[in-house]
Design a protein around this ligand. Structure first.
Ligand code: F6P
Length: 326
């Protein structure tokens, strides 16, 4: 048995469906490896404030299918300071917690990296964000479910759009990344997609809309990522309405419904795999790494690397939207 006896787990940043499945996996894998598991509530802020409870196997029963996170989540300003992190390290020492599993995104791992560096606490990260914007993993926990939710919503919007010959601009989440938007656009057969990674070419957009949409006898869907540089769905819809006053335009912002709901089988299985792998990595004396999945294999990615690099959208998928809306 290694020197790690107590493992803490927390969720941080925006919640994502599948986080509960990951918590369950971490707790049970810790117990399986002869360790005690501790749930830290309210993310890093809860860590600073000592909101910690021992979790036994039955405490994580019946949560694999639930969205949200039983540990709650928060964004902590205090943890961004060295003083805040020192408080967190003292709390961990008080509870004799030797290692941490952090389930979250980019910002969560930046904080984790600092805690490892400053206080030598082994930390392993599990990518949990619907945005899928983490370098070093093909998929983050919650992304698949969020895309499925967006697709289901857009399919319904398409019914009413078609009944009224309307052009819809549907805004999906993605403050800095267009992964949800791109996949949703392909899967719903959208006319166009606008993402933060690509500057919106209005002439191009008008061309695609004019080609496909006729207010007298057809409908159309444009998927807009919330972080699109042209200002989001309302702003772009207004521009199109100015150019084409005859168009029957509506906007629908899907919002936080994309963050909730029961996780898909993909997210449940991914979360279970990464949770077990996170504990294995700690047992193996790893620290300051994120676990990811690349080509169906579990991979170890240094925090440094995932924080520093940006995951790019697949250009082939981007061109698919154009080709298929010919
Ligand atoms: O979880 C990431 C994300 O969904 C972004 O796409 C979105 O901009 C943000 O969270 C919203 O965060 P909040 O819940 O704090 O408004």
């Amino acid at each position: 048995m290694g020197k790690i006896k107590r493992i803490g787990v927390l969720t941080s940043g925006g919640d994502a469906p599948g986080m509960n499945a990951a918590i369950r996996a971490v707790v049970r894998a810790a117990i399986f490896n002869g360790c005690e598991a501790y749930g830290i509530y309210d993310g890093y802020q809860g860590l600073i404030e000592g909101e910690i409870k021992r979790l036994r196997s039955h405490d994580v029963s019946n949560i694999i299918q639930r969205g949200g996170t039983i540990l709650k989540s928060a964004r902590s300003v205090e943890f961004r300071t060295p003083e805040g992190r020192t408080k967190a390290a003292c709390v961990l020492a008080d509870y004799q917690i030797d290692a941490l599993v952090v389930i979250g995104g980019d910002g969560s791992f930046t904080g984790a990296k600092c805690l490892v560096q400053e206080h030598d606490i082994p930390i392993v990260g599990i990518p949990g964000t619907i945005d899928n914007d983490l370098y070093g993993t093909d998929s983050t926990i919650g992304y698949d479910t969020a895309v499925n939710t967006a697709i289901e919503a857009v399919d319904k919007i398409k019914d009413t759009a078609s009944a009224h010959n309307r052009l819809f601009f549907v805004e999906v989440m993605g403050r800095d990344a267009g992964f949800i938007a791109l996949r949703t656009a392909i899967a719903t057969g959208a006319e166009a997609v606008l993402v933060p990674e690509v500057e919106t070419d209005l002439t191009d957009l008008y061309h695609f809309i004019e080609k496909d949409y006729n207010p007298k006898n057809s409908s159309g869907i444009v998927i807009v990522a919330e972080g699109d540089k042209s200002g989001g769905a309302y702003s772009i819809a207004e521009k199109v309405a100015q150019k084409h006053p005859d168009y029957d335009i509506r906007v629908s912002v899907l919002g936080h419904m994309q963050r909730g709901g029961s996780p898909s089988q993909f997210d449940r299985v991914l979360a279970s795999q990464l949770g077990v792998a996170a504990v294995d990595a700690l047992m193996d004396d790893q620290k300051s790494i994120m676990l990811g999945i690349m080509n169906k294999e579990i991979v170890h990615v240094p925090f440094n690397k995932t924080i520093k690099h940006t995951k790019n959208l697949n250009p082939e998928l981007l061109s698919l939207v154009r080709i298929l809306s010919v």
